[in-house]
Design a protein around this ligand. Structure first.
Ligand SMILES: Nc1ncnc2c1ncn2[C@@H]1O[C@H](COP(=O)(O)OP(=O)(O)O)[C@@H](O)[C@H]1O
Ligand SMILES: [Mg+2]
Length: 470
């Protein structure tokens, strides 16, 4: 062999080696699992992701038949090796004592130059990754944290205190409160502060889904499970929320028959899709909300007591806005500043607005207040914001018969008088508690604050307001 030829072969060899190492690297390190089999289905190569998913090393798997690994989904691979049919996105679910494997499979046959089938490659995507994508693109994430909760009221601070304790535990939480009080905000904040903050936050409004569809929404279904079932089936919210939090809003609207299924899932921590028999493990923290009094629903026979106790491990009641006088103007200014900064308002106009806002019933709570602010800003246009921009339902206030009735006070007393009287009573109560605690803890503000479930600055503020010396 001449010198020139030999060198050329060496160079060629080097190039081939390089190309080979690139392909091996791609194969070994690709994020999807990949298994190469020969025509008999014997395993030849297994990349790192597939070794990880199977929980076995290359040495353990090499030479074994792929049928040992693919459970009931092996026919697809057989057809691929026998007749060269590729397949896509077939779901694989293996539950064992040691480990579970939940993945989506695709297979592509290999052929030689003559077109004969030589084997094939099987790709595996972990189901977690599929969930991650679905949740990411469907917006199943929490946006609120505790910092976003605007409040200055002791009862709310107490609720926040409870919610923060709930966040560090794994217990189920029941949020009770009227519509628009911030139940979903709380649910998101709890999730954002919990260990599961990087997992999905999936919300289901049980009151907005037709009764007969709640089951399939929560647990999913397989293709052909019922007439109208979507081709390919559908993932349920429990599965999608795995590793995160499932928020069941308006739980009081859940039909009795679905309550049984829900209880079962909470007890056994697995689900079965409708039309299917396979058991799928789920790891979900459940937060529920209701604007009904759920215990009353239990007593009326509309809600199962056993489910009530399961869900109501931690109970947080969010007070309505009308019982949070100190929050009304705070939130008014907050929403105003969010829409338009530096909006002008005369001082007397502001006082008049304040008077009316604080005496309104706020049936829609914070959501309603937010709408009112938006409407007022819209009405005002370029002019200064004033009393005349208040919506009529609020300006009508003092003569509202429903309002007088709902306060339960004697009709001879004006709404303002009733309110100020009640306020005074509450303040006296609070003052008495504060004095008692300060004595008990010998003026230790931190202890008092902890006992009251508020922060220290709130205690100082209240001491000043009630003219209490430390
Ligand atoms: N404390 C709060 N601070 C700021 N915004 C709030 C607060 N509570 C509620 N909101 C706002 O009010 C609206 C209604 O809250 P939401 O949590 O959906 O109420 P609910 O679930 O009780 O009906 C949301 O737009 C939310 O942004
Ligand atoms: Mg809500």
């Amino acid at each position: 062999m001449s010198q020139c030829c030999f060198e050329e072969i060496l160079a060629q060899n080097e190039r081939l080696e390089y190309i080979n190492s690139v392909y091996v690297d791609i194969f070994m390190h690709m994020p999807q699992g990949a298994i190469i089999v020969n025509i008999e289905g014997k395993i030849k190569e297994v990349n790192l992701a597939a070794q990880d998913m199977m929980g076995q090393s290359l040495e353990e798997m090499q030479g074994k038949n792929i049928s040992e690994y693919l459970g009931t989904q092996i026919p697809y691979t057989r057809a691929m090796l026998e007749s060269g049919q590729s397949y896509r996105d077939v779901e694989l679910l293996l539950t064992g004592q040691k480990r579970n494997l939940h993945a989506v499979l695709s297979g592509i046959p290999f052929r030689n130059k003559e077109g004969e089938i030589r084997g094939g490659i099987i790709f595996l995507s972990p189901m977690e990754n599929i969930h991650l994508l679905v949740n990411r693109f469907s917006g199943a994430r929490a946006n609120y944290t505790f910092k976003d909760i605007v409040t200055n009221s002791p009862s709310m601070e107490e609720a926040i205190h409870l919610a923060k304790m709930a966040a560090v535990s794994m217990s189920n939480v029941l949020l009770e409160g009227e519509s628009g009080t911030g139940k979903e905000v709380f649910a998101q904040a709890i999730h954002s502060e919990s260990q599961r903050r990087n997992g999905p936050f999936v919300a289901v409004n049980c009151g907005a889904i037709p009764r007969e569809l709640i089951g399939s929404e929560l647990f999913g279904y397989t293709e052909g499970a019922f007439t109208g079932a979507r081709k390919g089936g559908k993932l349920g919210k429990f599965e999608l929320a795995t590793g995160g939090t499932l928020f069941l809003d308006e739980i009081g609207d859940m039909p009795l028959e679905q309550q049984v299924s829900l209880l079962r899932v909470l007890q056994e921590k697995n689900i079965t899709r409708i039309g299917d028999s396979r058991i799928i493990p789920v790891d979900v923290r459940v937060i529920c909300a209701t604007n009904k009094n759920l215990w009353q629903e239990v007593e009326a026979g509309n809600f199962r007591a056993d489910l009530y106790y399961r869900l109501n491990v931690i109970n947080i009641t969010i007070p309505p806005l009308r019982q949070r006088q100190e929050d009304i103007m705070l939130l008014f200014d907050y929403f105003l500043s969010k829409i338009r900064v530096g909006l002008l308002m005369e001082k007397e106009e502001r006082e008049r607005i304040k008077d009316y806002l604080q005496n309104y019933r706020w049936p829609g709570n914070i959501r309603e207040l937010q709408n009112v602010v938006e409407r007022m800003v819209h009405m005002a246009g370029e002019s200064k914001l004033g009393f005349r921009h208040l919506p009529p339902e609020i300006r009508r206030l003092p003569n509202d018969p429903e309002l007088l009735e709902s306060t339960g006070d004697s009709p001879s007393m004006s709404i303002y008088e009733a309110r100020s009287q009640r306020k005074k009573m509450m303040q006296e109560q609070e003052q008495a508690i504060l004095i008692k605690l300060l004595q008990e803890y010998k003026g230790n503000i931190s202890r008092v604050a902890k006992e009251m479930g508020v922060n220290r600055s709130t205690v100082y503020r209240k001491m000043k307001a009630y003219k209490i010396d430390s």
